[in-house]
Write a protein that binds this ligand. Structure first.
Ligand code: PMP
Length: 367
């Protein structure tokens, strides 16, 4: 180890989500992407045209995102003082950790947890305090959560509302009780438009709650990197010091503005995705070989209940049909590699998945 490296940064595993996918796309680009919880529908034509026009001004730095901020505040039902924009909710989550964590501080996460949280806790010098969700359905055991929090005294808690990879959420009551005991609470609402449940009002009225949101999921702008946080004015002012002032490109700002001008279009795609999620869930429930987790997001977590069959068997077989799903190795998911996650695609994508799945399951089951 080089003497100038920081130990806690060196021991953080780099987060590299796309290497396998990049390799696949080098071969062909007609894959059905059910692995990254994206919105499968393309952007409206006006959005693409606006990006093309803005490209002529790419020689200029982005400007203060003023209009975008106004529109996002209106969309979220908050004042502009209660909102900050970042390069994806990933940047905001990182900024919250950087802003509130001193080396050695504990950060509570509910496991299985999104691995990015863990990586960012460590890289910011914190120590994760895993609080296990209760098997088999990964439900919140409120008593255990409160007991752990009062005895371990974490500085911060991160709560997926709903979570990735499970897709469920704690009760608002539990979140508020956590906030009564933990100095700062980050409520990650990346999937808000699919759950239609929010703790935003508490983020405004309480001292210590930050809600993070994104345009990557419901608004189909994962490639543009637009995230935002909602909180009281003091916390937002504090975060302003941390977030990169030029983190979002001119093209992304324009894309986000155009998306917010087409709310009706996105509302339709959200309704379609929710209806498809519920349909795919009911279809998968018919298999005794699978355990399907109820979800308030645009994805489903699935556990394979067959002897000697691991997630990669299913993932590789699906790849042969051009369908990419994600084997889940989330932090705290200590099962024997039996979980995979599918994002909800367009109806025809989901139909293909549902059509090829039985052959794969029964083929593997009879090995
Ligand atoms: N939070 C959760 C729970 C997520 O699943 C994701 C994306 N997978 C993110 C945050 C990051 O989203 P963004 O694109 O806004 O950085």
């Amino acid at each position: 180890m080089k003497p100038f490296f920081k130990e806690y940064i060196l021991y953080t595993k780099p987060y590299d989500p796309s290497r396998i996918i990049d390799e696949l796309y080098e071969e062909r680009d007609d894959w059905i992407r059910l692995m990254a919880n994206e919105n499968p529908y393309p952007p409206p034509k006006e959005l693409v045209e606006a990006i093309a026009r803005e490209a002529y001004r790419i020689n200029y730095y982005p400007q203060g995102y003023t209009l975008l901020k106004k529109m996002l505040a209106e969309y979220s039902g908050v004042d502009e003082d209660n909102l900050i924009i970042g390069a994806g909710s990933m940047e905001i989550i990182d900024s919250v950790l950087r802003g509130f964590i001193d080396p050695g501080d504990k950060v509570a996460v509910f496991t299985p947890a999104y691995t990015y949280y863990i990586a960012r806790i460590t890289v910011n010098g914190g120590r994760s305090l895993p609080i296990p969700l209760e098997k088999p359905w990964f439900s919140y055991n409120d008593d255990l959560v409160l007991e752990t929090i009062t005895s371990e005294k974490p500085k911060l808690a991160i709560i997926g509302y709903p979570s990735n990879p499970v897709g469920n959420m704690p009760s608002p009551k539990l979140v508020l009780e956590i906030a009564d005991h933990v100095p700062i609470v980050l409520v990650d609402e990346a999937y808000y438009e699919f759950s239609r449940e929010t703790l935003k009002d508490y983020a405004l009225s309480r001292e210590n709650i930050v809600v993070t949101r994104t345009m990557s999921k419901a608004f189909g702008l994962a490639g543009a990197r637009i995230g935002y946080a909602l909180s009281n004015k003091d916390i937002i002012d504090y975060l302003k010091r941390l977030v990169n002032p030029y983190g979002i490109s001119r093209l992304s700002v324009v894309a986000a503005i155009k998306a917010l001008e087409h709310l009706d279009y996105y509302k339709k795609t959200i309704d379609l995705i929710i209806a498809e999620r519920d349909r795919v869930y009911s279809e998968l429930k018919k298999y005794s070989e699978l355990m399907v987790f109820p979800s308030k997001t645009n994805f489903l977590l699935i556990k394979i209940m067959l002897e000697n069959v691991k997630n990669m068997h299913i993932v590789l077989n699906l790849l042969e049909h051009r369908v990419i799903v994600r084997p889940v190795q989330a932090y705290g998911l200590d099962e024997e590699d039996r979980f995979f996650r599918i994002s909800i695609g367009r109806r025809q994508d989901n139909d293909l998945f549902l059509r090829v799945l039985p052959n794969i399951i029964y083929g593997l089951g009879s090995r």
